[in-house]
Design a protein around this ligand. Structure first.
Ligand SMILES: Cc1cc2nc3c(=O)[nH]c(=O)nc-3n(C[C@H](O)[C@H](O)[C@H](O)COP(=O)(O)OP(=O)(O)OC[C@H]3O[C@@H](n4cnc5c(N)ncnc54)[C@H](O)[C@@H]3O)c2cc1C
Length: 391
């Protein structure tokens, strides 16, 4: 029998690829290898409903336990791939097992970025990426009175909303002059800053953190300006870094992420990659992009599986993403990078509106706030515009 298809990374992209291989008719062995002790699960609730304690752990799982037997997918949890030999078509696990593959998919995701601040190793300082992080944070949050969040990105702001909802005193410290700056226009940042401030969160902008204060555990964050904000719990939420070491040390081309083409092929024949760990060429945006979203993980995981089976694949999605903060849902369709004007539909004061981003006459992206209809219309419009260009 020929060697199996091996998927490294049992996350959102990995499981979608395994499932797609089966539904597309691949009938030989599939091995899904994950270093976490959990079966594949969704991460978005980790900073939302699951963090609030409103969701059972099993509800995070992307597949019921019977799926793996039924689909004939061998799931290896708690198994870290330590090295990759593309010439010999093998991987070596941390426990020394050597596994051969006929095709390999890297779906290794991202890890939380950490800042090398003095005091960052103190108990009471956390970052949030997996179930185990959330469990430890939820326990600490229960006991905490004061919370400081370093970083005003999505995870930081969602965490602030949950902590504030539990009655904690919450401060967010952001080095940029506004929150969520990497992905949205000033109008959206202002809306969310105002929302958090109205809920009683202290939002500190244009300020860096010099160190975590405390001797034996975190007691606060000391700002570059000298002020110390008291905190029993500090969350470092300063972005994510693609996990590329395995690929890089095996000689695959890696920039910020693992570089793949539109068919999810890496620079080494037989090795594919999908999800947060990749960078891929987008005709739509005229450059190589990396996305950190459920949409991309699932869609690129599927595309990679089809490509592994020899189908012609040209992956170039309309990206979309969402964030929940308090009772507000932000939904983003498209990428706004390079916009030269925006158009507001609706009134931010009403709490329901959409902001459209254009480059000249071309619609690039739409941020919809509590406006799912505008979001769905935007996705359709962006996809249709692309087809018109392709025709
Ligand atoms: C708290 C949080 C909230 C989020 N909220 C949203 C949201 O609201 N909307 C949205 O669209 N997206 C959200 N995201 C992002 C989304 O979850 C990710 O984009 C998605 O999980 C990426 O899927 P992936 O399969 O590429 O990577 P992952 O889900 O990270 O899976 C990769 C897996 O590979 C494993 N792995 C890595 N290296 C190895 C190795 N050498 N051997 C074995 N296993 C390995 C990792 O442990 C991990 O389990 C959120 C993410 C987080 C952390």
């Amino acid at each position: 029998m020929s060697d199996p298809i091996i998927i490294i990374g049992a996350g959102q992209a990995g499981i979608k690829a395994a499932e797609t291989l089966r539904t597309a008719g691949y009938d030989r062995e599939i091995r899904l290898i994950g270093e976490e002790r959990w079966p594949p699960y969704q991460r978005p609730p980790l900073s939302k409903a699951y963090l609030k304690g409103e969701m059972e752990t099993e509800r995070l799982f992307l597949k019921a336990s019977g799926f793996f037997d039924d689909a004939g997918v061998t799931l290896m949890t708690g198994a870290r791939a330590a090295s990759l030999d593309p010439a010999g078509r093998t991987i070596t696990l941390e426990d020394g097992q050597v596994l051969s593959w006929s095709s390999l998919l890297l779906a290794t995701g991202t890890r939380a970025r950490s800042l090398p601040l003095p005091g960052a190793e103190l108990p009471g300082v956390f970052s949030l990426r997996g179930i185990d992080d959330t469990s430890a944070i939820a326990e600490a949050l229960e006991a905490a009175q004061t919370v400081a969040i370093i970083g005003g990105g999505y995870i930081g702001m969602e965490f602030a909303a949950v902590a504030r909802g539990m009655g904690k005193s919450v401060a967010v410290v952001e080095t940029q002059d506004r929150v969520l700056k990497r992905s949205v226009a000033p109008q959206i940042s202002t809306f969310f800053q105002d929302l958090h401030r109205a809920h009683g969160v202290r939002v500190v902008l244009g300020e860096g953190v010099a160190r975590i204060a405390g001797e034996t555990r975190a007691e606060g964050v000391e700002l570059v300006s000298g002020e110390t904000i008291a905190a029993d719990l500090v969350l470092m939420a300063v972005g994510a870094v693609p996990v590329t070491e395995l690929a890089g040390s095996a000689g695959l081309v890696v920039e910020r992420g693992i570089v793949v083409d539109e068919a999810c092929r890496t620079s080494v024949p037989g090795v594919f990659a999908a999800g947060d760990c990749t960078e891929f060429p987008s005709r739509r945006y005229g450059r190589r992009i990396g996305l950190e979203s459920v949409q991309n993980a699932a869609d690129q995981g599927k595309a990679a599986a089809l490509s592994m089976l020899g189908e012609a694949v040209a992956y170039d999605p309309v990206p979309w993403f969402w964030s929940d903060q308090y009772d507000v849902k932000l939904q983003i369709a498209g990428l706004s990078t390079g916009y030269d004007r925006t158009e507001m539909a609706g009134d931010p004061g009403s709490g329901r509106f959409a902001l459209k981003y254009y480059s000249g006459d071309r619609l690039l992206a739409v941020d919809a706030v509590n406006d799912p209809r505008s979001h769905m219309m935007a996705r359709k419009q962006l996809a249709a515009a692309d087809q018109a260009v392709a025709a």
